[in-house]
Design a protein around this ligand. Sequence first.
Ligand code: SF4
Length: 402
Amino acid sequence: MTGVGRPFPPEISTEAFCEKRGDMQLEQGPIRPPSEAGSLLLRFTRNCPWNKCTFCPVYKGREFSRRSLDEIRADIDSVRGILEDLHSLSVSLGFEGRVSSTVLHAALKRVRCDSTYQYVASWAAGGKRTVFIQDANSLLLPTDTIVDALRYLRKQVPGIRRITTYARSSTVARKSVEELRKMRDAGLDRIHIGLESGSDRVLEFVRKGTTADQHIQAGRKVIEAGMVLSEYYMPGLGGRERMREHALETARVLNAIDPHFIRLRSLRIPPRTPLHQDVLSGRFVPLTDDETVAEIRLMVESLEGIGSTLISDHIMNLLEEVEGKLPESREAMLAVIDRYRTLPPEEKLLFRLGRRGGGLRSFDDFNNPDMRRRLQFALSEFTSQPGVDIEALIKELADQYI
Ligand code: SF4
């Protein structure tokens, strides 16, 4: 921020501003990928049209619906209106249209009543670089609707660097490359696909509603259309029975796709999911943290002939440092995995406690004397209490993020 700002103009009264807020609407869904934390969330559809995956709690009990082009445009108009208002405020404060922290502060001071304004203003102050289109499967809309909505967004909100969305492989596989290209040309840069597994048996068991072949077809089409492809692999999804098959088949499918990004999102099983019932009935035996790490190792060492970047950016993952570009970073990624695997049992416990407690992100953190002191203190506090099950406690800590 420069120091060229003039003193604040008289504040617009909160009451006067709140009278205008009827024009502002911005409907949003519940989730986005971790990498879209700074993105503006815009909703093109509501919830998930499939909604049957047994591991997924997100949209259960909510009905899927398509939003009309008019509804989507109205949201985009709200964003535009707020950006124009911020621009005027910025000019009046001498910041030449930039949404500096001073401008943001002045804006937020007078719009305490309006969460939409606050949200868009904070995004604008962050550089308004990226947008994520919600919810689970936006590509189910007709291609022309998506293209119109994207063009309108690019026109009304110039300067966006990247627009991304989630889509299901079964839907993408039904689109032609030409249709996907039209979307790319209209401004859709990246698609995130929940691959979860490359094993047909695992996909069927968890009712993913997609086959390995559809994953491959969809992924190749996205790449052929010129978009960036991000595939989510879910370590642990095969359970103990299909751990090996899950790792090997997932690597086979990813090798066939060669996506730009492979993202790890390890399985957690909240009680409100059908998969939890499978655990209770014994149909599914979840992996331990150590077994999950072994599975990831097998998957990573089975990736061949691709140039994907592997990313471990989800809080559910035990090892956040398993990241890098293939093939050159494979050995470094395996070394991180082996560094954990060769820890003595008591050190593994300490590492897991730190990671699941949320404070620890790397081996550097783990080796920090202060961190170690705190973890050892916490562990001795827990284990000194009669009847405390340390494994149950670690599970509870990990599940807090679901
Ligand atoms: S397709 Fe995605 S959002 Fe829908 S139920 Fe499956 S995992 Fe959940």
